[in-house]
Design a protein around this ligand. Structure first.
Ligand code: MP5
Length: 205
């Protein structure tokens, strides 16, 4: 019997492939990414992660049981070293992290919080989509990158076995829920936002 997450992923296979083959991912892997493009990603993603933390906190408040609350608490705890990593890198690159985000980023960040008002099944589906999309994207970079990449710390952050295990725990929470039109639509929105996010940081448009 196929699971809810496998049905969600099957429904988005084309867009998912576009994420894995995105020019930002390809250029990060082969070392050709212009530093200014990485700077833009770093600044945009820092804003995103701050919004994501608020989303995760709000979702934890509507989690239905201790198992779910514990998985989400683990996700929240991991954001402390993650945000510190962004802040260290910004100092090393002489970047300010308080730049105004792109409209795509504002839209995506706002959508995260809005999804919680639709209840737990939609919210946990959104969380799974956000994290699975980043895991697969950075695992694609990892698999195509020389070990001495300047982005090694970032690659490791989202493609480590520990992060993979966290994404698996999120999948297990989604798989307790049936597939609904609402969860399918929410997952599709996350995938569209992920692609648009990569497009924006890559092109700067
Ligand atoms: C994540 C992220 C993963 N940092 N940025 C985007 C655009 N999508 C997903 O979230 P987290 O909190 O860094 O694991």
């Amino acid at each position: 019997m196929s699971t809810t997450t496998s049905k969600l992923l099957d429904g988005q296979s084309e867009a998912w492939q576009m994420i894995l083959e995105h020019p930002f991912i390809a250029a990060t892997s082969d070392g050709s990414l212009p530093p200014v493009t990485f700077d833009r990603w770093l600044t945009e993603d820092y804003f995103f992660v701050l919004s994501f933390r608020a989303f995760l906190d709000a979702l934890r408040r509507v989690a239905p049981d201790n198992t779910a609350r514990e998985v989400l608490a683990g996700g929240l705890a991991a954001l402390v070293p993650e945000l510190a990593m962004f802040e260290r890198e910004a100092v090393a690159r002489g970047l300010r992290l308080d730049a105004e985000p792109s409209l795509v980023n504002l839209g995506y960040s706002s959508y995260l919080l809005a999804s919680v008002t639709e209840g737990w099944p939609v919210g946990i589906t959104v969380l799974y989509g956000v994290e699975k999309a980043y895991y697969d994207a950075w695992a694609a970079v990892r698999d195509r990158t020389a070990p001495k990449s300047p982005y090694a710390e970032f690659i490791r952050n989202w493609s480590s076995p520990a992060f993979a295990a966290y994404v698996d725990r999120l999948a297990a929470l989604v798989d307790r829920e049936p597939l609904t039109r609402e969860s399918e639509r929410a997952f599709g929105r996350v995938v569209r936002f992920e692609l648009a996010f990569w497009d924006q940081v890559h092109s700067g448009a």
